[in-house]
Design a protein around this ligand. Structure first.
Ligand code: DGY
Length: 320
């Protein structure tokens, strides 16, 4: 509800689902009257005060579900910080004719870098070696030999922007590149596979870069994980939902696959505790786009999309 002190405040009202860095908060605060969902103890009371909210600023993962959208009668758009939009209920946004924006392109390079980094980390056992040196065990023992990344057969699941950027980097390592994509990409100079299972059976390491959401749920299923075999590695920089996590943990526990490098999990940040006991995994807290340069570019793009919307200009990066 508008307070007496707000009279004359012409800033459009927006609902932010999570905090952004200070370099975003300052310009956002200057341009908008912000309702801070993440800070509110009583979410329902906060939403009751959001009747004039015209935009939701969220992440693709948190998204905007039907209940949230229905609590906001004046909402006009959803702006996502991130390229993934799996948390957005598109049925609900379409029903209301609400545009949704995301932040593609600016994070592609960082996520692709991390995909290669995780493959190197798990195959060359970099974190384990780091611990070995720090803990002093180097003096008394040697680590087992690691596995070579350069020249390996690299399978990429999902040949969108991030998949292609990952392949570009892998070329520099002399990798033999194969891929699975849900729609054919005949122009790509890499070997296409008809199924994820066939790709996994061929590859030494599979990197998943797919978008999350219902269409890709557990696409890396038990059969595909088993097809990797005891010498195979899995890297996931997309969404935890793209992999059958129970089957993955089982394969990692039993030597069904050699190892995994994971930036994403099913239930973040409350990940399955069994991951912590697996010595053949490298775990990261969903940091694919987490560099200063990229996070600044993402914030700028979110703000540019909001500004375009409120100026009646075309959105810069509409998802639909
Ligand atoms: C994205 O942009 O979707 C990243 O995974 C961060 O959520």
């Amino acid at each position: 509800m508008t307070q007496p002190s707000d009279v004359g405040d012409m800033r459009p009202e927006i609902l932010m689902m999570t905090a952004l860095p200070q370099w975003d908060m300052e310009p956002l605060d200057a341009a908008y009257r912000i309702h801070r969902y993440w800070e509110a103890r009583d979410k329902q009371a906060l939403l009751a005060d959001c009747k004039l909210v015209r935009a939701i600023l969220t992440t693709g993962h948190i998204g905007a579900d039907a209940a949230l959208l229905s609590a906001l009668p004046a909402v006009e758009m959803v702006a996502c910080f991130g390229v993934g939009v799996d948390g957005v209920d598109f049925q609900a946004t379409r029903a209301r004719g609400l545009p949704v924006t995301n932040t593609p392109d600016v994070l592609t390079g960082d996520v692709a870098d991390l995909a290669i980094g995780l493959a190197l980390a798990v195959m060359r056992e970099i974190p384990k070696a780091d611990t070995h040196v720090r803990s002093g065990t180097w003096k008394s023992s040697e680590l087992p030999l690691a596995r070579r990344f350069f020249g390996c057969k690299l399978g990429i699941v999902g040949m969108g922007r991030i998949g292609i950027a990952t392949a570009e980097r892998a070329k520099g390592f002399g990798c033999d590149i194969g891929y699975f994509n849900r729609t054919a990409k005949p122009s790509l100079p890499y070997q296409a596979f008809d199924t994820v299972q066939a790709l996994a059976g061929w590859a030494d390491v599979v990197i998943v870069t797919l978008a999350g959401g219902a269409g890709t749920r557990a696409i890396m299923d038990r059969t595909a994980i088993q097809a990797l075999g005891p010498q195979g590695f899995l890297v996931n920089v997309s969404r935890g939902s793209t992999v059958d996590e129970a089957a993955l943990i089982e394969a990692l526990q039993t030597g069904g696959i050699a190892g995994a490098g994971l930036d994403v999990f099913l239930n973040e940040p409350n990940i399955d505790p069994r991951f912590a006991n697996l010595s053949n995994t490298v775990l990261m807290p969903h940091m694919g786009s987490a560099t200063t340069e990229t996070r600044q570019a993402m914030g700028q793009l979110v703000r540019d999309n909001l500004a375009a919307h409120f100026a009646g200009q075309p959105l810069l990066t509409p998802v639909e």
